[in-house]
Structures are given as structure tokens and as C-alpha cells.
Design a protein around this ligand. Sequence first.
Ligand code: SF4
Length: 316
Amino acid sequence: MTEQKKYLFGPVPSRRLGLSLGVDLVPFKYCPLDCVYCQLGKTTNLTIQRKEYVRAEDVLEELKQRIAQGLRADVITLSGSGEPTLNSSFGKVIEGIKKLTDIPVVVLTNATLFYDEQVRQDCAKADIVVPSLDAADNETFEKINRPEKSLTVEKLIDGLCKFRNEFTGKLWLEVFMVEGINTGKEQTQKLKEAIEKIKPDKIQLNTAVRPTAESGIERIPIERLESIAQQIGNNCQVVADYPESEQTENMLIKSEQILDMLKRRPCSLDDICAGLNIHRNHALKYIGRFENEGKIVAEIKNGKKFYKSSEHKNTP
Ligand code: SF4
């Protein structure tokens, strides 16, 4: 019997994209970077090796079934458990999606492989590409993104400039700000100069709102981010947190289910994902919010992290 796999998650409400159906094209957590702020945790496979980690046919078969069931989504987003462009078939996946539906395709990428012409050509098949760039000098790049050893910031910026010249869709550059690493005047000035060369349609500043790979990465206050946005340029905006009132009914039900589950017994992240059939990204989003609101607390038991309701009196 073949193993039942799931490559799609959501749709989940996204701060920038509306209702987004996620497509996971690499195993957890394959990435050419190991960003200190990553909400998925530490990179376990720091690699630039491209291969068909997940078969395009399997992803498209699952999508076909979701469409037949009446999929409602504003966008289909290639993102997930690592860097989607590491999957050598991601271009085939985009082509296949476009044959199945008119829903726009978005790629969230760290752009580290844009030096490869094939990756750029495949990415250019999407409607919206959201690459990230957090540093424009190697010292800051090393500190914030902890790249695979062959990568340099020059290679990254050059790939982004080439892609901009070749891609006619929307290019929204995301910059993740970490206080004390890339927020200084010198770093933001270099970023501004690099961004002027890349010429994205929009620049979006982000900050840590959920648990991060490294501890001590604080959320930057909105006023501070807005002042950095002004230094960077006119088309630079702060990505505001997603308003609760705009969440879909389905997502509110899932978030209530997480709380109910944790009231019954302490659970690990894997328990929550398996119990409610939701993706890690999605579960982490709610866990981070509930922790901030004091509704749940985390505890380490036998080396494993468990979450429990603050109303729960017993320890795991
Ligand atoms: S934030 Fe993105 S690019 Fe950085 S380590 Fe996590 S998955 Fe990779």
C-alpha cells in the first residue's frame, strides 16, 4: 500500500496575500539559510542541493482533488517546510497549477538560488514572487541568515537583479528586521542601495511576531519599523499583524480547537498538528499568539516541549 502524503495546507489567512493555500515542496527543514528569526526552528539540512524532494505529479493530484471538492482561495503559495526552489520540479508544479485553476500562484523564496538561470526561469512562471533580503553586506548576512558556505550576499543581490529584469509579474521584497543585527544606519543604508538596484514593486518590512529559531529575537515596535521604512524608501511598508476580525470562520474554529485540546491535556507541536490535521506553520502561528496572550504555557518534559492551557493545573 502506498503511503498517504499531504502536500497542501490551509487555506490559511495571510497578512499579505489573503486566503492562501500552501504547497509544501521540500521536507522539514531543507534550506540554504538558517535564519536566526526562522519560525520553523533551526535548519536541519543546510543545503543548496536541488532535487525532486516531492514529486510534481503527487502535488498536482492532491490539488486536483481539492479543486473538485470546491477549493476557495485567493492565492496558491509555494512555501512550507523550507525553501521551495530547492525542489527541482517546482517549475513543473507551477505549470501544472496553471492548467488546473486561474488562482494566482505565489512563490515565497529566500532567492539564494537565483544565481541559477533555471531557477529564475521557473520562478518567472508565478504571478507574484516574494523574495527575502535581510542584509546587503556579508557580515550582516552571516549573522542574520547563517548561509550555506558557498553563498554570498553579492551572489544573492546579483540573482535578484537578473530576476527583476526577466520577470514581468509582481515582485514584493521582504526584509526581516532584527534589532541589533540589521537595524543600524549603516546596514539600512546598504540595504537601501541594494534595493534601488533590484527595483521591486514593493518592499515589506517584517519583525518577529512568533517564536523564532534563536531566543531573544524581539518584536520591533511599529513606530521604529515605520521610521526604518521611511529611510528605505517610498514603496516600503511595514507588514502589520493579521487582524483577528478578518480571520475566516474555519480558522477561528481551528484556533478554538487548539485551545480545547490543550485544556484536556498537554500536547507537543506534533500532537497538535496530527490531532487537528494542520501544518506546523499554521499551528505555530496560533501557539505564538496564545503564548503572548498568556492563554497557554510551554514546558519541557524529558527534553521535549509541551504546551498546556494556563487553566491546566497539572503538569505533563
Ligand atoms: S526563514 Fe525561510 S529562508 Fe530563513 S531559515 Fe527559515 S525557511 Fe529558510
